[in-house]
Design a protein around this ligand. Structure first.
Ligand SMILES: Cc1cc2nc3c(=O)[nH]c(=O)nc-3n(C[C@H](O)[C@H](O)[C@H](O)COP(=O)(O)OP(=O)(O)OC[C@H]3O[C@@H](n4cnc5c(N)ncnc54)[C@H](O)[C@@H]3O)c2cc1C
Length: 259
C-alpha cells in the first residue's frame, strides 16, 4: 500500500555552521493542523532525482511536537543528492515526506538518561530536551538527571550550543557536556571522544572512584538509567561497547545510526 505523502513547506532557514554547511530548517505540514510524533522520530523525505528515480532519505526531527511544525538539522554531504536538495531549499519552497517513523524515543517510565550525539546526531536530542524541559510548559523530566554529551571535531560544529547552555543554566537536572576531538590549544572545554566522558558520568553516578582505565562494573543490570546514542555507526558502536563493558544490559542502550 502506498504511504501517505505530506507536503512540508520551509518557513525558516538558519545556517548553523558555514564550514560544516549545516542548516536548521523549520517546516510546516500543509495538509495537517497537527503533526503528531514522538520526540526522537524521523521523517522520510521523498523527491525525484535528475534521472526520474524516486529517492528517499531519513532525517531525524530536531524539535518536539508543536502544532503542524517540525524542524530538521541537515548538513551537506559532498555530492549527496538529498542533503543538497534540503540545504538549497529557500523559505516558501516545499519537500514531500512520509512519517513519522522510528523507535528512537524516550523509554517510559522515564529513567535517568544519558543522551550521546555527534554532528547532526544532535537533532533528536534537541527534540528530547525541548520535550523534557519545555520553555513555556510543564517540566516533564520528573527531576530525573539528564546528561547530554555532544562531540564534534571543531567548535564550529557544535550546533544549538546556546540553547543547550541556556537549559542547563535554568534546570539543575540537565547537564550539558560538549567535547572536541580536534581542539585548538586555546579550547577551554572537554577534549576527546564522547565515550570517554560517558564512561566518567557512569562511573561518577555509580559512586565509583575512578583511577586508571575504566574496567569495573558500574551499572549491574540496573534499569534505572538508559543511554540514547545518535550519529554515525562508528561512534554508536564505540559507545555501545563502552557501556556494555561497564556492565550495562543492551536493552538500556537505545541508538539511531545515520549510516
Ligand atoms: C534514521 C536516520 C536519520 C537521519 N537523520 C539525519 C539528520 O537529522 N541530519 C542529517 O544531516 N542526516 C541524517 N541522516 C542521513 C541522511 O539520511 C542521508 O544519508 C544524508 O543526508 C546523505 O544523503 P544524500 O542523499 O545527500 O547522499 P547520498 O546521495 O545518499 O550519498 C552520497 C555519498 O555520500 C556518502 N554519505 C551518505 N551519507 C553520509 C553521511 N551522513 N555522512 C557522510 N557521507 C555520507 C555516501 O556513501 C555516498 O558516497 C539520517 C539517516 C538515518 C538512517
Amino acid at each position: 500500500m502506498a504511504r501517505q505523502l505530506y507536503t512540508a513547506r520551509l518557513n525558516q532557514k538558519l545556517l548553523l555552521s558555514d564550514p560544516a554547511q549545516c542548516y536548521h530548517l523549520e517546516f510546516q505540514v500543509e495538509e495537517l493542523e497537527r503533526f503528531d510524533f514522538t520526540p526522537g522520530q524521523f521523517v522520510s523525505c521523498v523527491a525525484e532525482d535528475k534521472n526520474g528515480k524516486m529517492q528517499t532519505r531519513a532525517y531525524s526531527i530536531a524539535s518536539a511536537p508543536r502544532a503542524n511544525a517540525f524542524d530538521l538539522c541537515v548538513n551537506r554531504v559532498e555530492g549527496g543528492f538529498f542533503s543538497n536538495l534540503l540545504c538549497d531549499l529557500e523559505p516558501g519552497q516545499t519537500v514531500q515526506f512520509h512519517g513519522p517513523h522510528g523507535l528512537f524515543t524516550l523509554r517510559q517510565p522515564l529513567t535517568d538518561s544519558i543522551l550521546i550525539a555527534t554532528g547532526t546526531g544532535i537533532a533528536p536530542m534537541r527534540g528530547f530536551v525541548q520535550w523534557l524541559f519545555p520553555e513555556d510548559g510543564e517540566d516533564r523530566s520528573q527531576g530525573r538527571p539528564v546528561w547530554l554529551v555532544y562531540g564534534t571535531r571543531y567548535p564550529t560544529e557544535l550546533y544549538y550550543q546556546k540553547y543547550f547552555e541556556k537549559i542547563a543554566a535554568e534546570r539543575s537536572n540537565f547537564h550539558y557536556f560538549c567535547t572536541l576531538s580536534r581542539p585548538k590549544d586555546d579550547w577551554q572545554g572537554l577534549r576527546g571522544y564522547v565515550q570517554e566522558h560517558v564512561a566518567r558520568i557512569v562511573m561518577d553516578r555509580a559512586g565509583t572512584v575512578h583511577s586508571g582505565p575504566v574496567v569495573s562494573t558500574a551499572e549491574p543490570a540496573g534499569f534505572d538509567i538508559h543511554a540514547y546514542i545518535c550519529g554515525l555507526n562508528e561512534m554508536v558502536s564505540a559507545n555501545r561497547d563502552k557501556l556494555t563493558g561497564l556492565g550495562w544490559h543492551k536493552k538500556q542502550i537505545i541508538f539511531e545510526r545515520y549510516d
